[in-house]
Write a protein that binds this ligand. Structure first.
Ligand SMILES: Nc1ncnc2c1ncn2[C@@H]1O[C@H](COP(=O)(O)OP(=O)(O)OP(=O)(O)O)[C@@H](O)[C@H]1O
Ligand SMILES: [Mg+2]
Length: 407
């Protein structure tokens, strides 16, 4: 079976490492998914390399066992509160007027857009994605190659991450015995697993509520317009409960999973639940739990909305908000999102094919990484030795420019 092409996605999260394997065919077929708890990260940043490496090793070997495949290289997700994005515009004149645009023109204009932003030496660019080309005066052209024109311009979305964050996540993956095929911004990967093309065309906000960070990605007119992360997510909700109830973090986590609700108004006033306490067991009002949770969930969405506005994002996206990540499993959370963002919100279901294990929204990023890898492999045309690579990807994104890994 030497010609089987296996794609591996690794999501190094704050609470767990998730590994997902898929097989390339005409479509991608998911084979296995596994996760291993990991406490080696804090808000997307590696703070314990050994623990992280071990979690990667465990998740990957479980996937390897259940899919019965050998795994060598991986598409690895990156996030963290210091992930930032900037949109950049560039224009080039075509050397001879009125001739056909070629791939090398596309590369040239993308390179110009990249060099128009100054990226500090301590940061790494992980994506420069075309948001649309302008051919002469015609805007929003998805793929300009082959069109006759005199001028070519592009709008790009550039994502950067601190160099050390990139290095440390890559190190954990490599020390676990794998090589890094590509690094992918996690919200972009998660988008591949839960958003529909119609939503992206209409304009939609993806919110991935993890343990350490809540990642956001705004799509408009079919392409990415803003991405970022806020440092408020599930762990902080658990922390609040631990403080409010005077219990340990693991006890508070258990209580949250069993009885948590994101909206106090949805809980009957007189509902009581028993929770662990220093004395053994205690009874608390479930609405009180919901009040504690709601306050933090609201703050989390407000910060995300603020970040979006600061990034020049428009008002509420017409396609609404889509929630994913483990934190989105809190009952009533979509309702709170609707109130804060003033638009409709739905829970993102993971397009996991027949693989039930991956349907949990905590696997959205891992599954998305495999879809992303598949799409990229489908359209790979540029040679790997190039400084700037342009990949025509039909559908959402037309072209990508990437800094070579560890260049
Ligand atoms: N049923 C549930 N109800 C409420 N919260 C849940 C539920 N299941 C998981 N969570 C929360 O989801 C969070 C973990 O989500 P996820 O696995 O997506 O995070 P991660 O990818 O490890 O972290 P990050 O994306 O921040 O790096 C935890 O805070 C956990 O408490
Ligand atoms: Mg995550």
């Amino acid at each position: 079976m030497a010609d089987r092409e296996i794609l591996l996605g690794i999501d190094v999260g704050t609470t767990k490492v998730a590994a997902v394997a898929g097989e390339r065919g005409e479509e991608v077929r998911l084979l296995a998914a596994a996760s291993a708890p990991c406490r080696g990260l804090r808000r997307g940043v590696v703070v314990d390399l050994e623990e992280t490496t071990e979690a990667v090793r465990r998740a990957v070997s479980e996937v390897q066992r259940s899919a019965r495949v050998e795994l060598g290289s991986a598409w690895v997700g990156l996030t963290g509160q210091h992930m930032t994005c900037v949109n950049s515009h560039a224009e080039v004149r075509l050397p001879r007027a009125n001739r056909e645009v070629t791939w090398s023109d596309v590369e040239r204009v993308m390179a110009a857009a990249v060099s128009a932003v100054s990226i500090p030496p301590d940061r790494r660019m992980i994506h420069a994605i075309s948001r649309g080309f302008m051919v002469d005066d015609e805007p929003r052209v998805r793929n300009p190659v082959g069109l006759t024109a005199s001028r070519l311009a592009v709008d790009t979305h550039i994502v950067t991450i601190p160099r050390n964050t990139v290095e440390n996540v890559a190190k954990a993956v490599e020390q676990a015995g794998l090589s890094v095929a590509e690094l992918v911004a996690e919200p972009l990967a998660a988008a591949d697993a839960v958003l529909t093309q119609e939503e992206e065309d209409l304009g939609v906000l993806l919110v991935d509520i993890g343990g350490g960070t809540t990642d956001i990605a705004l799509f408009s007119e079919g392409s990415i317009a803003f991405s970022g992360a806020v440092p408020v997510a599930g762990n902080l909700i658990t922390h609040d409960l631990a403080v409010a109830l005077g219990v340990t973090h693991p006890q508070a986590e258990e209580i949250k999973l069993a009885h948590g609700c994101a909206r106090a108004a949805a809980v009957p006033e007189e509902e009581f639940v028993s929770v662990p306490s220093a004395e053994g067991e205690d009874t608390v009002n479930r609405r009180f739990l919901a009040e504690v949770i709601e306050a933090r969930v609201e703050e989390m969405f407000r910060l995300a909305a603020q970040k979006l506005r600061a990034g020049g994002g428009p008002g509420p996206p017409p396609g609404g908000v889509v929630l994913t990540g483990g934190g989105s499993l809190l009952p009533e959370i979509a309702k709170v999102a609707e109130e804060v963002f003033s638009c409709r919100a739905r829970l993102g279901r993971v397009a996991a094919g027949a693989l039930d294990a991956a349907r949990n929204p905590a696997f959205a990023t891992g599954v998305g990484l495999v879809y992303y890898a598949h799409r990229e492999a489908e359209t790979r045309r540029a040679d790997r030795g190039r400084q700037i690579r342009v990949l025509p990807i039909l559908g959402r994104v037309v072209a990508w420019v990437k800094e070579l890994f560890r260049s």
